[in-house]
Every structure is written in structure tokens, then in C-alpha cells.
Design a protein around this ligand. Structure first.
Ligand code: NAP
Length: 249
């Protein structure tokens, strides 16, 4: 096992599948102890906890709604009680409720903003206390190429992801002097359950439009998380790292 993150505690939201699951694995494989959350995938969460623990690190899954302010606060308290410290936070939980503006309901808009953007506020606000105390921390927010470019049919999602970028840059300015870094990663088209709902023809068109001619994998994102989580990036904050196979942004 690689020891790059040995002794550090990481929290990943929304790790029962897809990119979050890949991130949890990579952090564990680099020696971090890993706390993670899920919303409804209880069985997948339990299986992940067992798989991570088998790597010889401490791992624990929490069923916790990141969009709920009080639940996020309680989560951080629980993680600190269970792990003793919190060094790395990856705000990954996210959903889509796609549709053209004409058909997008208020509920579809609010659900996406709450889950994708309020969650980042909730978790970051709660984790800043212990990080301020220990005078270190790395917060990594998962935004999207869509938050930079926009996308027809995803006005709610694009707004939430663009909001994450503004939030990230502001927190970097607020907490930099305390040695707490805050960066964002903007994945391009990553093939997961989230994109699995798209028609095959759409997926083909996406792949064709990418200079590297393939969709990304959760590991492509997870490897960049490891870098931003580690002491290899101690002078990097307030940045958006684009991991997208060369898609124009
Ligand atoms: P995914 O496969 O649908 O997984 C989403 C994860 O988020 C699941 O573990 C889900 O848990 C969790 N989640 C959803 N709502 C939650 C909540 N309120 N509280 C806690 N956890 C919650 O999605 P993905 O493709 O891996 O995407 C992960 C992140 O990357 C998202 O922020 C997404 O916007 C971003 N991203 C994805 C792509 C892509 O192409 N896939 C591109 C750019 C950015 P349950 O299973 O329990 O519901």
C-alpha cells in the first residue's frame, strides 16, 4: 500500500457508487482512514465499508443526507468522535434532474440546488471548526464541466456546479491563512450510474466529442483527488482542476 496519505482522515460524501466510490478506494489505497456517506444505498454502503476495511485502514459508512444542514453538522461530530481528526473532505454527493427550462419544475430546480450546492455549504461549514483548530485541512469540491460551460437541459445542475466554483474560491480566500486549502475538480464526462441513464446514442456522441475519444473513469477523478488531498499540493488553493480528456471549457 502507498503511504502518501497515511495517518490522515478523509470524509467523502456520496460514496456508495460512481465517482465517490472510486475516490474512497483511492484515498484508502494511499493509506488514509476513510469515512464516507450515502443517502439510500444502504447495502452498497455496507459492502464498501467492508471492502475498504479489508485494505487495512479504518473505514466507516454513514447514512446521512448532505443536503440537510443539521444532519451534516451531526455527521462531522460523529466522524470526529469515531476517527479523532478530519484532514480531507471531499464534497462529492450530487444528483441530476434534467429537463429544458420550459419543462423544469420548481421542485427539480430546488432539489438539485439543495443536494449539489447547499450540501457543500453544510459540510464545509461543519468541518471548518475542527480544521481551524488543527490549522490544516484540504477541502475538495466536485463541480463539473457543465458548471463552467453550461448545458442545454441542465440549467439547474449547471447553476449548482457554477455555484460550487464561486464557493470554493471564496473559502480558499477565507481560510488560506489558516493553512486550510479549498479546491474544486471539474470532471468532464465520467461513465457512472449517473450517466448510465443517458441513451447510448448520446453517450456515443459525448465520447466522439472528447479529444481523448473516451469517457473518463472514476479513477481518473480519484487520482486528482489524491493529489489535492496530499501534501504534494500544499501551495495549491482556490483552483479548479479540469479532468475531462481535453473537452473545451
Ligand atoms: P452517482 O453514480 O449517481 O452517485 C451519486 C452519489 O451521491 C451516490 O453515492 C448517492 O448516494 C450520493 N448522494 C445523492 N444524494 C445525496 C445526499 N443528499 N446525501 C448524501 N449522498 C447523496 O453519481 P456520479 O456520476 O458518481 O457523480 C458524483 C459527483 O460527480 C456528483 O457531484 C456529480 O455531479 C459529479 N460529476 C459527475 C460527472 C459524470 O459524468 N458522472 C461529471 C461531472 C461531475 P445513494 O446511492 O445512497 O443515493
Amino acid at each position: 500500500m502507498n503511504t502518501l496519505l497515511k495517518g490522515k482522515t478523509a470524509l467523502v460524501t456520496g460514496a456508495s457508487k460512481g465517482i465517490g466510490r472510486g475516490i474512497a478506494f483511492q484515498l484508502a489505497q494511499h493509506g488514509a482512514n476513510v469515512a464516507f456517506t450515502y443517502l439510500s444505498s444502504v447495502e452498497k454502503g455496507k459492502a464498501l465499508e467492508a471492502e475498504l476495511s479489508a485494505l487495512g485502514i479504518k473505514a466507516k459508512g454513514y447514512q446521512s443526507d448532505a443536503s440537510d444542514f443539521n444532519a451534516a453538522d451531526k455527521l462531522i461530530t460523529d466522524v470526529l468522535a469515531d476517527f479523532g481528526s478530519l484532514d480531507i473532505v471531499v464534497n462529492n454527493a450530487g444528483i441530476t434532474r434534467d429537463g429544458l427550462l420550459m419543462r423544469m419544475t420548481e421542485e427539480n430546480f430546488n432539489d438539485v440546488i439543495r443536494t449539489n450546492l447547499n450540501s457543500v455549504f453544510n459540510i464545509t461549514k461543519a468541518c471548518q471548526k475542527p480544521m481551524l483548530k488543527q490549522r490544516s485541512g484540504s477541502i475538495i469540491n466536485i463541480t463539473s464541466v457543465v458548471g463552467v460551460k453550461g448545458n442545454a437541459g441542465q440549467a439547474n445542475y449547471a447553476a449548482s456546479k457554477a455555484g460550487i466554483i464561486g464557493f470554493t474560491k471564496s473559502i480558499a480566500l477565507e481560510l488560506g491563512s489558516r493553512n486550510i486549502r479549498c479546491n474544486a475538480i471539474a470532471p468532464g464526462f465520467i461513465e457512472t450510474e449517473m450517466t448510465g441513464v443517458l441513451p447510448e446514442e448520446t453517450v456515443k456522441q459525448w465520447r466522439e466529442a472528447i479529444p481523448m475519444k473516451r469517457g473518463g473513469t472514476p479513477d481518473d477523478i480519484a487520482n486528482s483527488v489524491v493529489f489535492l488531498a496530499s501534501d504534494m499540493s500544499t501551495y495549491i488553493t482556490g483552483q479548479v482542476l479540469h479532468v475531462n480528456g481535453g473537452m473545451l471549457t
